[in-house]
Ligand binder design. Structure first.
Ligand SMILES: Cc1ncc(C[n+]2csc(CCOP(=O)(O)OP(=O)(O)O)c2C)c(N)n1
Length: 281
């Protein structure tokens, strides 16, 4: 049972990392704030609570794996990895700069990155392969992958879904960051993915549905998912808000892939500093 103190600490961590995400994107004047801010609470739950990892030994064979299938949200994973000590925080200053390590989409030369993501629909397929291989090698590890709701329009997502259920890959946990908005508008207007819970259930998965900004729900869901060994893969449908924490970015597709200007950045940081973590969800 996670204690209130632990949950409060995780919420504080997410608040700090929200500011780091915005700073990284503002400094580069490039990047994807919306989907990074929607994903960060779950990433904090994974990296500061759930994952069996060792930042000093990123390639430890028995580690849990995390695959960011929606690779454009790299700022969220980079600020986490820097904070965990996988690499120097000064690397964040080189985000999206030519010749520097941290590019717009994750690459394998970055310690802690297990998948070079960017082409939507690919990461979940890769995660399935890794989970299958871990099972064949009798490794005691789980593979987690985060996909987007816009990304769920890719056919490959559903091929992976069908294959994972058929092969009974129960060390695979997919997190759907259902933030309601894709690149050009609301998912329901561009091409509705419908009732995601019913679809994944029909494909043979365990389905857990949560508010993906509520840290207690995140922790409970991750605990439950990591222990589900019933010969089915598990999906956590994480209901979130794109741009969460910054009023003018929330559910606003204009901040899918746009950096804040000077005024927007100042306002965004002010708003995040004023977040009352006790009430945040
Ligand atoms: C195969 C492919 N097609 C198009 C793109 C361009 N693209 C990048 S992000 C994005 C929208 C993704 O929406 P969603 O999965 O909802 O991401 P989020 O809202 O979490 O940022 C698109 C179309 C891409 N990266 N890969």
């Amino acid at each position: 049972m996670a204690t209130q103190k632990l949950i409060l600490g995780l919420k504080q961590k997410a608040k700090g990392l929200r500011k780091d995400i915005l700073s990284v994107i503002y400094n580069a004047q490039s990047g994807h704030p919306g989907g990074s801010l929607s994903a960060i609470d779950v990433l904090v739950g994974l990296y500061y609570y759930k994952l069996k990892i060792d930042p000093k030994n990123p390639l430890w064979n028995d580690r849990d794996r995390f695959i960011l299938s929606k690779g454009h949200c790299s700022p969220a994973i980079y600020v986490v990895l820097a904070d965990k000590g996988y690499f120097q925080k000064s690397e964040l200053d080189g985000y999206r700069k030519i010749g520097r390590m941290l590019q717009g989409h994750p690459e394998l030369n970055t310690p802690g990155i297990d998948f070079a993501g960017g082409a939507l629909g690919q990461g979940i397929c890769f995660a399935l392969g890794i989970a299958f291989a871990c099972r064949l090698d009798k490794k005691n590890c789980n593979v987690y992958a985060m996909i987007g709701d816009g990304e769920s329009q890719e056919g490959a997502v559903w091929e992976a879904s069908m294959a994972a259920a058929f092969h009974k890959i129960d060390n695979l946990v997919v997190i759907l960051d259902k933030n309601q908005v894709q690149q050009t508008g609301k998912v329901k207007d561009v091409m509705d993915i419908g009732n995601a819970a019913m679809k994944w259930k029909a494909f043979g998965w365990n389905v857990i549905e949560i508010n993906g900004h509520d840290m207690s729900q995140i922790i409970k869901a991750l605990d439950k998912a990591s222990k589900m060994k019933n010969k089915k893969p598990t999906i956590i449908i994480s209901n979130t808000i794109k741009g969460k924490g910054v009023s003018f970015m929330e559910l606003n597709h204009k901040f899918h892939g746009k950096a804040p200007n000077d005024e927007e950045y100042k306002k965004a940081i002010d708003e995040i500093e004023n977040i009352d973590v006790k009430k945040f969800k």
